[in-house]
Design a binder for this molecule. Structure first.
Ligand SMILES: Nc1ncnc2c1ncn2[C@@H]1O[C@H](COP(=O)(O)OP(=O)(O)OP(=O)(O)O)[C@@H](O)[C@H]1O
Length: 408
């Protein structure tokens, strides 16, 4: 892989992209194959994004011998790729993906990937291509994405762990999923998804890293991890606003938002910025915890949100010898669901009850969500089941009867 300066020229003035000049059959076949290479962040083919600058079959082999007789090339391809920014952290991934896509291509004797960087005009064209026709806030009313803001009454109930696993399980089902870590003071989502990647900036547009198949953005990606965040309400609101408006999410099926615990500024900002969002309330089975969790759900009355359901976490676990360990008591999830059903104008179901499971914690610590690493574990099975019910849930609950799945 070698670097060359960005070569302008194959973008036309209307902001769309010309295909590179293709003169041999091999070059044309390579172009078709490269249509399967997705930009790792934008998740669209590199051929659609103006990232393939050139495909050239050399007439001279790397050893200096020229091709003979046929008038065609030597089968050695040089692929010019334009990265969005210099020092793009994903250059190796893109190189490997290009090489893999061209593997076994008939008549291809070798591939060299040459990297360049987009010019300012090319970046502007790319941004135009990605944002054209999209509202600044794509999650306004009328948005096709289902948006779930995950809330809890207090910290430590496993809200972030549940959110990361639901996002991963939904992505694993083939849905296009975004995840905003809005737990500004206690951001833990990048760790739970095993990523230390930073977002790429294309001018003022932010491309979120993809981890475990989920497009994820967290305040932690912009900060020095060891420094506490001492932000006040307006700054928190601005940060969340940027996550909503400046991040390129593409066409999402589901956006999950990991809220901080409680009923603070961010929960209210999220309701304003994401007017179609519904709340998912996470609680432990403990009755005292359930009372606080219900209060977080009742905020929905003031913000005009619906509560899509309650998820009980840290429920009783069955030990290998068959005994049941009921660490936090039982019934908290159902209590919250009943109380919210009583106080809000729509039924609030208990969506599921995730047991205490050491694998959930271990996999979370390891950055490999349990739904992928141990899908058949007690917690993995229940989290995948809950994700399944969210995946098929219609958007908006007004006037709809919800399937209530009480647990015993
Ligand atoms: N069902 C479970 N079984 C075992 N451990 C769990 C379970 N759910 C969560 N945990 C563990 O509990 C701890 C707290 O979880 P997590 O950080 O997700 O909570 P939280 O509600 O998001 O906290 P905060 O809002 O304060 O950030 C983590 O160590 C996590 O691995």
């Amino acid at each position: 892989m070698t670097d060359t300066p960005g070569a302008p020229g194959t973008f036309d003035t209307t902001g769309t992209f010309d295909t590179p000049e293709l003169t041999t059959d091999l070059e044309r076949a390579a172009w078709v194959r490269l249509g399967s290479v997705l930009d790792p962040e934008i998740r669209r083919p590199v051929t659609e994004l103006g990232m393939v600058a050139s495909i050239t079959e050399s007439t001279e082999s790397p050893t200096g011998a020229t091709s003979t007789g046929t008038g065609t090339g030597t089968g050695h391809l040089t692929i010019g790729i334009r990265l969005t920014i210099a020092g793009c952290p994903l250059r190796d991934t893109i190189t490997q993906d290009v090489e893999r896509a061209l593997e076994g291509l008939d008549g291809c004797t070798g591939v060299e990937v040459v990297m360049a960087v987009m010019t300012a005009e090319q970046r502007a064209s790319l941004k135009e291509l990605l944002t054209a026709g999209r509202p600044k806030n794509q999650f306004e009313k009328g948005s096709l994405a289902r948006v779930y803001a995950v809330a809890s009454g207090k910290g430590g109930v496993g809200k972030s762990t549940v959110t990361a696993n639901l996002a991963t399980a939904l992505a694993d089902r083939g849905l296009s999923v975004g995840l905003v870590d809005a737990d500004i003071h206690g951001f833990s989502i990048p760790g739970l998804l095993g990523t230390t990647a930073k977002p790429t900036r294309v001018d003022e547009m932010i491309l979120p890293p993809v981890a475990q198949g989920v497009k994820v953005i967290s305040i932690g990606m912009f900060l020095d991890a060891d420094r506490p965040v001492a932000w006040r309400g307006p700054m928190l609101h601005r940060a969340l606003e940027q996550f909503v408006t400046d991040v390129y999410w593409g066409d999402l099926d589901v956006l999950l938002v990991d809220l901080p615990p409680g009923t603070g500024d961010i929960a209210i900002s999220a309701a304003q910025l994401l007017p179609t969002s519904e709340l998912l309330i996470v609680t432990t089975p403990q009755q005292a915890a359930a009372q606080v969790a219900a209060r977080a759900g009742e905020l929905a009355e003031q913000t005009g949100q619906q509560v899509a359901g309650v998820i009980e976490n840290m429920a009783a676990m069955t030990l290998p010898d068959g005994t049941v360990l009921d660490l936090f008591g039982s019934g908290g999830g159902q209590t919250v669901a009943d109380r919210l059903t009583g106080s809000l104008d729509h039924p609030v179901p208990l969506l599921g009850s995730v047991p205490l499971d050491p694998l959930l914690r271990e996999d979370g610590d390891g950055g490999t969500p349990v739904v992928l690493e141990h899908p058949d574990s007690a917690a993995g099975t229940e989290l995948r089941r809950i994700a399944g019910s969210l995946a098929v849930r219609p958007r908006g609950l007004s006037g709809l009867k919800l399937p209530v799945t009480p647990r015993d």
